[in-house]
Design a protein around this ligand. Structure first.
Ligand code: ZN
Ligand code: FE
Length: 239
């Protein structure tokens, strides 16, 4: 299984999960259709599924065009089918979703939105976290509660430390400034920031990030109480 990172819009990432043997792929959160179409036409890959982490326009904008063109499935959280265009497969918390060689466990991780999910490809140890967990940050709380977001992050935290995290946006550098301000003596964080800047200088994504690194560097994962998480989230909103 190979992951191809597709830049979309301003700072969004869509991901193609490619089964190279079968020349088929799933796409996570296609913000727009054309960069996806360009890539798969070029490589002669068949698009089988769209996997949506949540309903925001910058994660679903390409759904209908892709579905019309490739007749692919659109996999969404069961409560969100009415607000995600093209949705035809509903999934629930802790379910194993499977199609051909693609197999992922679904985590319901509300907070950013009430219907937000992550797709955890447990055999490959890769998780697609949408706008819930970012590298060195977490999503804004739009529909859920602080407690839901805190619990959602804690669910992800329990995965194996070497899990690769693929999130919805390139926010890593901005996020790193906030982490540094609140955790200035963290050497691991300082080292990570050097690497982040090197990647961005070469116009490379800072994604994927590794869960173990995030647990040590991401201030929103480092905090162990709901109270301090809430405080940090509020501070970040005005940072
Ligand atoms: Zn969002
Ligand atoms: Fe987003």
């Amino acid at each position: 299984m190979k992951i191809e990172i597709i830049k979309c819009l301003q700072d969004n990432y869509s991901y193609l999960i490619i089964d190279e043997k079968n020349k088929s792929a799933c796409v996570v959160d296609p913000s727009e259709a054309s960069p996806i179409i360009n890539f798969i036409e070029n490589k002669k890959i068949k698009l089988e599924c769209i996997l949506n982490t949540h309903h925001h326009y910058d994660h679903i904008g390409g759904n209908i065009e892709l579905k019309n063109k490739y007749d692919c499935d659109v996999v969404v959280f069961e409560g969100d089918q009415s607000r995600i265009p093209g949705a035809n497969i509903n999934v629930v918390d802790n379910q194993i979703w499977k199609k051909n060689n693609f197999e992922a466990k679904i985590f319901h991780i509300p907070g950013h939105t009430t219907g937000h999910i992550a797709f955890y490809f447990f055999k490959e140890k890769k998780i697609f976290t949408g706008d819930t967990l970012f590298s060195l940050g977490c999503g804004r709380i739009f529909e859920g509660t602080y407690e839901q977001m805190f619990n959602s992050l804690n669910k992800i935290k329990k995965l194996p430390k070497n899990t690769e995290i693929y999130c919805g946006h390139e926010y890593t550098l901005q996020n790193s400034n906030f982490c540094l301000e609140n955790d200035s003596k963290n050497l691991k964080l300082q080292k990570k920031i050097v690497k982040i800047k090197e990647k961005l200088k070469k116009k490379l994504p800072t994604i994927p990030t590794i869960l173990g690194d995030e647990i040590e560097c991401n201030i929103f994962l480092k905090t162990n109480s709901l109270e301090s998480f809430t405080k940090l989230r509020d501070l970040k909103d005005n940072f």
